[in-house]
Structures are given as C-alpha cells and as structure tokens.
Design a protein around this ligand. Sequence first.
Ligand code: CUA
Length: 311
Amino acid sequence: MSHEPYSFQLPEQASTLAPEVDWLYDFIYWFSLISFVLIVGLMVFFIFRYRRRPGVKAAPTGHNTALELAWTFAPLILLVMVFHWGFRGYVYALVVPDNAIEIRVRAEQWKWEFEYPNGRRENGVLVVPINRPVRLVMSSKDVIHSFFVPSFRVKKDAVPGMYTTLWFQATKLGEFDVFCTEYCGTSHSGMLAKIRVVGPEEEWPPRPRPNPGESPADWGRRMFAQNNCNTCHSLDGSRIAGPSFKGLWGRQETLVNGQTVEVDANYVRESILQPQAKVVAGYSNVVMPTFAGALNDEQIDAMIEFIKTVR
Ligand code: CUA
C-alpha cells in the first residue's frame, strides 16, 4: 500500500481531521509567502525608484485616511478568518463523537501499551477499524510522554497522575507511525508504535497470532521489536538498561541475592511475567515492567524460541 505525502512539508492525510488542519496550514503558509514576496519586492523597488538624486527634493507624504483604514481592517479581517477556521478545527478535535470506540493507552519508559474494550492488551501496535471514531484515554506510569500520529494530525501528552483523551477517525487502510514527542529519557527516540487501520472484513479487536508461515522464533523476534524489548536488551552483547540476550539461553546468571540460576524456559517465563522475582546482579537499579496480560502463553513460548536463537 503506497502512502503518498500530502505535500512537500506534510505527510499523507489519513484521518478526518487531517484536511481540516492542512487547509488552515496551507492558507497561512501561502498567505505568508505571497505577502513576504510582495512586501520585500515593493521595498526593493521603492528603494531604487525613490532613491536620493541630485536636484530632486523629497516631498512630504502627509496623511491618507483611506489607506490607514485599509491597512488596519485588512489584517483584522484576516485574523478573524484564521481564528474562525482554527477554532472550528480545535472544536472538531476536542468533541468526541458519542459512538467512539474507547481504547486505553498507557505510556511507560519506553513503550506504548494499548488496551482494547475486551481487556486484551498489546504493546507497540494498535489495530483500529477504518471509518470509525476511536477515543484514546491516555495515562503515564512514570514521566510525561506525548502521543503523536503525524498522518492523523493528532498529538496529546500522556501525563502521570491524570487522564488525557484524544480521538481520531482513520480514513485510510495501512500502517501509520506513532512517535513519542516529549523527551522522556535515554530511549525516548525508540519509543515508537504503529497504528494499523483494518477493513471491516478483519477480526476486531485483533487476536495475536504469528503471520502466515512465520516460525515461533521469528514471531518472537517480531514481538521483541514490537514490545520495545530492544530499548533495554541488546542482541549483540552490549549492555543497555538490562542484560543482553546474546548467549542468554542456558547461561548461569548470578542474582542480586547471590544465588545462581540457569536461564531456561521457566526462568524466561517468570522474568517476563514477574520481572522483579529474580533480578540479575548489577541490574537492581532498573525496574522492568511486567508483561502479564500483554503476552499470552503462546506469545511467551515464541519469545523463548526467539531467545534460544540469539547466540
Ligand atoms: Cu516517551 Cu519520549
């Protein structure tokens, strides 16, 4: 599916709000550009046309009521127009339609968790039906994050201790980028997600399953990226916030309490569901979020198969 940008400056329009925003943006942009060229052009022209010349005396310009009224009312009318269109778009973005689907969004360093009306949760990917209003109720577990979908022209902060809401109605099928647009720590730039807009023929809310022909290990690799595990666990042995997955399977780990464990299926499973149960020595300063509720048994099995392959 091709995603054509709307213009040189703006990404494609994929929500009902996008044309509203872009229209006003274009109007202000082109008006400013034309005014700039006109004003600067006339200035340069007048500088040459009325430059000082020997034998020519400057004449006083005096007062011109019609001209002064014109340059007072022209900007005023323009400002009222811009305010009117801006306010209309603002109200449109603010008032959520009654029939909107409600989805919970939980921001956390450094991932986005989405919860569907049936209670199912997923990290990193939000699936929504096309041409239906969707209301996001957002919160943050730690610091301020900001949910930004450029193609939908929507952006709202997720703030700890309060709920914020945002709504959109997608008008195009396909995948759209979600960015965190509030600096929130080391891996802020990796705090990404996707919104997948699906047609009425697809099951919604979606059930997690491997892609056709995908092996469990490949599915695990995909979930590793989708759940932003990569923001804390490297695959090449380098140390980030958490232990690297390279050579993890079968390794003897020393825990903060001095005990040792072998990394096997039960250890991996426990670490995904109750990350604080057995913390590896040297990593007691970071708190991994639990993935209980976010990953089901089948998905955890696939994660285990993936970890086995990271040699
Ligand atoms: Cu979350 Cu930046």
